[in-house]
Design a protein around this ligand. Sequence first.
Ligand code: NAP
Length: 268
Amino acid sequence: MDVTGSTALVTGASGGIGEGVARALAARGAHVVLVARRADRLEALAAELRARHGVEALAVPADLSEPGAAARVQEAVEAWGGRAVDVLVNNAGFGLTGRLAQADDPARLAAMVTVNCTALTELTARFLPGMVGRGRGAVVNVASMASFAPLPGFAVYAATKAFVLSLSQALWAETRGTGVLVTALCPTATDTGFFDVSGESAGAGVRRRSVEQVVATFLDALDADRPVVVDGRANEVVAAASRLVPRGPFLRLAGPRIADRVGAPTGR
Ligand SMILES: NC(=O)c1ccc[n+]([C@@H]2O[C@H](COP(=O)([O-])OP(=O)(O)OC[C@H]3O[C@@H](n4cnc5c(N)ncnc54)[C@H](OP(=O)(O)O)[C@@H]3O)[C@@H](O)[C@H]2O)c1
């Protein structure tokens, strides 16, 4: 998809993968709407992208775990010269490791589901109809390698990403022939601030990919017309293999050890 002159909305643009995606889109001539909580980082990035690439950039500070946040984001975009969103990148998200039975902050778990699933769904429902009406656009939902199997010790996070994967696959089918692409982008462990929030055990033993590598896969995904795009060749094999492994024996044999390793208390 040629994004030149289009408008792209990126959630979680204040750092990590979302910032990298916003930079890449602006470099290709897209006007960008940047959404996250840290307003100072969004404003600084917007100013930089305007100056560097001559595009329009709007910072929309929003906490996507709050009720009504998606509606406020849409209002902010519409108030911005009546622009239509052509590319929606639902990237904002976070993970929390630990066994559910030992969770000390249930509200934070619920906020994770809201950001990773509810806000993503509502933003898609708010912007997809316009794209379909204009016969052009893309929705890229950032899922994860954790989408492909239950993950003891990271159970709620993996479940949110399974939701993102399933939703994206179904919407890919629903939008066939409309000129709009919906796809799930599945990164593996990537070198971002993600682990500062989740705890390091979430990515223990996994070689981290760079944001640049994930952004390159994101750009490929815009042209690939596939419901699911996995970052990294080796991870494509892992994703395919994980579909073949029977869940029952996997959980019975490996589940407790994974829960001990991934869900170990981190002292956060
Ligand atoms: N890094 C990995 O290993 C990895 C692997 C697979 C999938 N992913 C997925 O990739 C996506 C991006 O993560 P990342 O690796 O780039 O991590 P990151 O550096 O921690 O970035 C997360 C982004 O989400 C935003 N965010 C978090 N909570 C939010 C809220 N309540 N409201 C609005 N924005 C919020 C953060 O901005 P503020 O803090 O400013 O709000 C930040 O911009 C996530 O969906 C994550 O699940 C990451």
